[in-house]
Design a protein around this ligand. Structure first.
Ligand code: GLN
Length: 539
């Protein structure tokens, strides 16, 4: 095992959305499966300090780590593939880089000097890349550079890579360039020119790609591989085909067949071995051979964009495999739900998940949905805002508090059953100020949650400003909605359940951030199990 950490950089060319995150995660998986301690980092070239303030339509889901960092959704893939937690150090944006350099300047750390992109910004990028390597926790650090080469905003990152290659010396770094090899149906041909130009653009910044990973809809012939190798100046075995896969979880095996791990380890002068993917393949087998299926409604307001609820969708894949069930997730837009169409839209479902979210749009539809599933005894899982909606629905329709609401939606509601957390009062800045990251929760023994987790203390990740208003707790419990999970220090309600129903659970936290291939989240596993039971009963 090496003592000097090695660095792998993943850049992208030709087009965005080629799946650098999945390639990075798949490579890391192969390295991990050979005994290497690998981690992945994402550098994002935008100026927001983090994606926490971005609309999910703009950037997909905001993923939250244990240490409360609001990060790019690729970190979710890293954790799901590797089953190793990430942290703030795994996601850095241009905004964060500039902020630290400017803070240093204000503190006088550059006194007398002109502060410039080179060397000050590039030094800060290099420092951020090496933080993970210097921690001693990893043998290999994979750094994914967001954006596409040739973008103005990526330039300082590419320059930092160029310098690091020089600083660290031969065989300590490796550059993987992910490109697209398009198929022109009119010509009936795969085209290599965009890749050649992209590699050339990278070279103009002084970086020679060592390995090309080529996204393609058709297999690359030997001739195409030779052509790419010759004109892009890489070894032939370093031209890796990345053909479209039916599931992202196939990619590690596809990369193994292409020998990506071998070429990388060879370049880094590290020993290569046969990766132990037994567990991974066991999961794949279950995922691909379901014994039955269930349909679960995902009710949210960003459902048009797959990436908005990425971790929830992936959690269903893990939980489905665990139950040997295919989970069909039916996205349902909460804005178009009303009393009049609810039965038509939800009546056929085996389970309903009401998604996290912010703001007023679409919430009445979510409340109507909760009422329907509660009354029909359809398995229900409410996450964060989804749990808050379940509380509001119960207040309005069972406690008869007709105007009950969350103060997020109606500041003057007579019955603020969901209230702003005391710690949030006076918070004016929007960025990074929610209750974030891991917090403890104590679970009541007599509850679904206890059966699910099989323990009375858990830690889960959070991202919220509002909470269940404990002034109403006795009233709710008397009427039949129980708080079965509480934060031990503050009494904040983390879990609510309706014991009279078969499976009705709302959680203030986000279980979806902790589900991985190796450890499917127990709450999702139990929810899918409940949906299956409900479906069988229905027949
Ligand atoms: N908007 C709600 C809050 O801030 C819920 C947040 C969420 O669903 N992540 O408490």
């Amino acid at each position: 095992m090496t003592t000097n950490p090695k660095y792998i950089f993943v850049t992208g060319g030709v087009s965005s959305s080629l799946g650098k995150g999945i390639i990075a995660a798949s490579l890391a998986k192969l390295l991990q499966a050979q005994g290497y301690r690998a981690t992945i980092q994402k550098l994002d070239p935008y100026i927001n300090i983090d994606p926490g303030t971005l609309n999910p339509y703009e950037h997909g889901e905001c993923y939250v780590t244990d240490d409360g960092a609001e990060t790019d959704l690729d970190l979710g893939h890293y954790e799901r593939f590797l089953n190793v937690p990430t942290s703030q150090a795994n996601n850095v944006t241009t905004g964060r880089i500039y902020q630290s350099v400017i803070d240093k300047e204000r503190r006088g750390e550059f006194l007398g000097k002109t502060v410039q992109v080179i060397p000050h910004i590039t030094d800060e990028i290099k420092r951020r890349i090496q933080i993970l390597g210097n921690s001693g926790d990893y043998d290999i650090v994979i750094t994914e550079i967001g954006g596409t080469v040739g973008d103005i905003e990526s330039l300082p990152y590419i320059e930092a890579v160029r310098q690091l290659e020089w600083d660290l010396g031969e065989h300590n770094t490796c550059v993987i360039h992910l490109t697209l090899v398009p198929y022109l149906s009119a010509a009936g041909e795969l085209k290599t020119k965009p890749t050649q130009h992209s590699v050339k653009t990278l070279m103009e910044s002084g970086v020679q790609a060592d390995i090309l990973v080529c996204r393609t809809e058709h297999p690359l012939s030997d001739g195409i591989k030779t052509k790419l190798a010759r004109f892009c100046n890489v070894k032939k075995e370093a031209v890796i085909e990345s053909i479209d896969a039916s599931t992202i979880y196939d990619v590690p095996n596809l990369m193994l067949e292409e020998g990506l791990d071998k070429v990388v380890l060879n370049q880094l002068q590290l020993k290569s071995d046969v990766p132990d993917l037994r567990r991974w393949n066991e999961f794949l087998k279950r995922h691909k051979n379901p014994k039955s299926e269930v349909t679960i409604g995902l009710i949210g307001k960003y459902v048009e964009l797959q990436d908005s609820y990425k971790s929830i969708l992936e959690s269903f894949i893990h939980a489905g495999a665990e139950n040997e069930v295919k989970v069909n997730v039916e996205p349902i837009h909460s804005e178009y739900l009303s009393q009049s169409n609810i039965e038509f839209k939800l009546g056929h479902l085996d389970g309903v998940l009401v998604a996290p979210g912010f703001g007023e749009r679409g919430i009445e539809g979510k409340i109507d949905a909760v009422r329907f599933v509660r009354e029909q005894n359809i398995p229900f899982l409410g996450i964060c805002l989804g749990m808050q909606m379940a509380v509001i629905e119960y207040a309005r329709n069972v406690l008869n508090l007709k105007d009950a609401n969350s103060v997020e939606m109606d500041e003057r509601t007579p019955d603020p059953v969901i209230n702003l957390m005391a710690s949030q009062k006076g918070v004016v800045n929007k960025g990074g100020t929610m209750r974030l990251g891991t917090w403890d929760c104590n679970i009541e023994k007599d509850s679904i949650a206890y059966k699910v987790y099989k323990t009375d203390t858990i830690t889960e990740r959070h991202r919220h400003r509002f909470e269940f208003n404990n002034e109403y707790k006795a009233q709710f419990e008397k009427a039949g909605m129980k708080a079965t999970g509480l934060n031990p220090e503050t009494g904040l309600v983390e879990i609510v359940e309706i014991p009279a129903n078969d499976w009705f659970v709302g959680v203030q936290y986000h279980p979806e951030y902790k589900s991985t291939v190796k450890s499917p989240h127990p709450l999702f596993v139990a929810f899918v199990g409940a949906a299956l039971k409900y479906k069988k009963k229905k027949k």
